[in-house]
Design a protein around this ligand. Structure first.
Ligand SMILES: [Ca+2]
Length: 195
């Protein structure tokens, strides 16, 4: 085979690889199920979940929770170090140019609003001992915990901080938030990472 033919073959191979990776990307985006904004700019896929980072429309915890469920998702549950690391890395590095500097905490789907000290995730499951990531003196060790029941993840260190759930008088608790969405079942074990 001449050098010219060889170059042609390599070019064809390159086209096939590029097309394949592009179709894999659009496929994984396509697999996220939810009524999130159509531009998909702040939608990321990790494992068998998709996460949308809402920071242009900040809200009290319960409003954020309702907005997630209205779009067929729920406030993000962070039940493993792996998911925590993914969300933190996305916030700190991938989205760093887009985030307003003052937005240092994003609501996640964890609160002890119903019973003080008993934290539950947005699907109703209890926070177990397998994975917890509260910042020092926050969560169960927070002296103000009785009035601080809703949890947000820090952009800077990925730790969890509990805050008051709602805005009251001059204390503004409007925060950005992260909703999670399912992936259509037949493709739930494929792509990983940002899409
Ligand atoms: Ca509390």
């Amino acid at each position: 085979m001449g050098a010219f033919a060889m170059t042609g073959l390599l070019a064809q191979l390159l086209i096939v690889v590029v097309c394949f990776s592009q179709s894999a990307i659009s496929k994984s985006k396509h697999d996220c199920i939810g009524d999130f904004p159509s531009d998909n700019k702040y939608l990321y896929r990790h494992g068998h979940k998709c996460y949308y980072f809402y920071f242009k429309e900040k809200a009290d915890f319960s409003v954020a929770e309702k907005r997630c469920s209205k779009t067929r998702g729920r406030l993000a549950m962070v039940k493993s170090k792996d998911v925590n690391q993914f969300l933190h890395t996305t916030l700190e590095y991938t989205l760093s140019d887009d985030l307003p500097h003052k937005d240092k905490y994003f609501w996640i789907g964890l609160s002890d609003d119903e019973t003080e000290g008993e934290y539950t995730w947005s699907d109703g499951s209890p926070l177990d001992d397998k994975y917890k990531n509260f910042a020092r003196f926050k969560g169960p060790h927070n002296p103000f915990s009785i009035v601080q029941d809703c949890v947000a993840i820090s952009v800077e260190n990925g730790k969890w901080y509990d805050f008051k759930c709602s805005t009251l008088f001059l204390i503004n608790e409007h925060r950005p938030y992260i909703c999670e969405y399912n992936v259509s079942k037949h493709n739930s074990t494929t792509t990983r990472g940002p899409v």
